[in-house]
Write a protein that binds this ligand. Sequence first.
Ligand SMILES: *[C@@H]1O[C@H](CO)[C@@H](O)[C@H](O)[C@H]1NC(C)=O
Ligand SMILES: *[C@@H]1O[C@H](CO)[C@@H](O)[C@H](O)[C@H]1NC(C)=O
Ligand SMILES: *[C@@H]1O[C@H](CO)[C@@H](O)[C@H](O)[C@H]1NC(C)=O
Ligand SMILES: *[C@@H]1O[C@H](CO)[C@@H](O)[C@H](O)[C@H]1NC(C)=O
Ligand SMILES: *[C@@H]1O[C@H](CO)[C@@H](O)[C@H](O)[C@H]1NC(C)=O
Ligand SMILES: *[C@@H]1O[C@H](CO)[C@@H](O)[C@H](O)[C@H]1NC(C)=O
Length: 399
Amino acid sequence: MRQATPLTAVIALPLFLLFLSSTGSHAHNITTILATNPEFSTFNHYLTLTHLASEINRRLTITVLAVDNAAMSSLLSKHLSLYTIKNVLSLHILVDYFGSKKLHQITNGTALTATMYQATGAAPGSSGYVNITDLKGGKVGFGAADNGGTLDAVYVKAVHEKPYNISVLQISQVLTSDEAEAPTPGPSDLNLTAILSKQGCKAFANLLLSSGADKTFQENVDGGLTVFCPTDTVINGFMPKYKNLTAPQKVSLLLYHGIPVYQSMQMLKSSNGVVNTLATDGANKYDFTVQNDGEEVTLKTKVVTVKITGTVKDEEPLVVYKIDKVLLPRELFKVAPTAPAPKAPKAKAKGKAEAPAEADAPADDTVGDQTADNNGVGGMDGGRLVMVFLSFCMGVLVL
Ligand SMILES: *[C@@H]1O[C@H](CO)[C@@H](O)[C@H](O)[C@H]1NC(C)=O
Ligand SMILES: *[C@@H]1O[C@H](CO)[C@@H](O)[C@H](O)[C@H]1NC(C)=O
Ligand SMILES: *[C@@H]1O[C@H](CO)[C@@H](O)[C@H](O)[C@H]1NC(C)=O
Ligand SMILES: *[C@@H]1O[C@H](CO)[C@@H](O)[C@H](O)[C@H]1NC(C)=O
Ligand SMILES: *[C@@H]1O[C@H](CO)[C@@H](O)[C@H](O)[C@H]1NC(C)=O
Ligand SMILES: *[C@@H]1O[C@H](CO)[C@@H](O)[C@H](O)[C@H]1NC(C)=O
């Protein structure tokens, strides 16, 4: 029935494996590494509070510029918000490997290196880079590139080195950067629909806004939120069915695309099972099953099986994934028959649903016999395949 599926899988699977392998190893744990050394306890504590620890652990090649408790005290005396402290500390995480040996052998004696502050896209212009310069007397100076050429800190000692995966180096001071220290909005100040609109999820964002469901999503960002966004093409193909839903059903369908916890790709990969959604409300379960076949993560409702095709944004406590179909809850759509009888030709079946719902969302009052093959991209053609392929590549590049 879904002629496109095997081809989609052939293209998607290797890319998906590549995508996963870039986040897939837990070779080091910065919390454990720093815990052996009490003089870094404050720095360590703030890496955990800001969720930077898990970002460090996810990277395969990383250098952490640690500062002792005295240096952290002078940072904390500035009374910055936690989100601003996160920016400042992310400037101390170099996305390259610098062991103590490499520090003293920098080509031409000076280099600018990218940090996690730069990598998250939060840093404007040249801020987000750190200048490392070999100074006379065997010293090595460090400064934020946007700090007017001042190198505030010098290298103290190597704390932990595991070439070429993780290096933890102590430096004498916290690096000063006006950009990193500028007031930063916390996650609850971030506008989720604005983020979605800019990242290829504009159609989904518009539905959230027009239905009012955006408020529930937004309220959940602070406590941790995972959003599954059907891409614009998918939403456009689904609109005829969407329009047949009542207003409360529309809200339930949209809320079904959010889980009120942060679930990184690794967490999704390592957890098979039923998850509740933002639409879950007592007897109206609105749940679905996360299932991993090897490396591939699928989301299964009783009606449809959906694949994750890329990551739009992953910044704990918020993560947004792109999906290749609309998630259809059994509370609103007819359950796919186990042995589907041959149906009318696809061109006719597409966009044709039966019996519109009368009540708001009772379990049995479904909106037609919608199954996987007439959901949005069911009849995926070459053009759409290319788009899925491209959004995959973009997902890989973002990582
Ligand atoms: C270092 O990272 C590589 C991947 O780049 C990984 O395969 C390897 O297991 C890691 N080595 C150690 C010692 O953690
Ligand atoms: C790292 O270690 C800490 C405690 O030392 C633990 O709480 C945390 O779960 C570990 N993180 C990972 C990713 O294993
Ligand atoms: C080092 O300096 C030389 C001469 O000034 C220049 O050509 C080269 O690109 C520099 N190398 C690096 C890595 O900056
Ligand atoms: C790093 O800073 C030093 C001191 O201000 C400066 O001389 C050097 O040119 C800078 N290095 C780079 C690569 O910008
Ligand atoms: C987010 O931005 C949209 C416009 O892009 C606006 O309509 C909406 O009210 C904003 N939401 C919040 C929570 O500020
Ligand atoms: C929407 O409902 C109408 C009548 O209630 C029906 O004729 C139409 O086929 C339905 N369309 C879709 C796309 O479900």
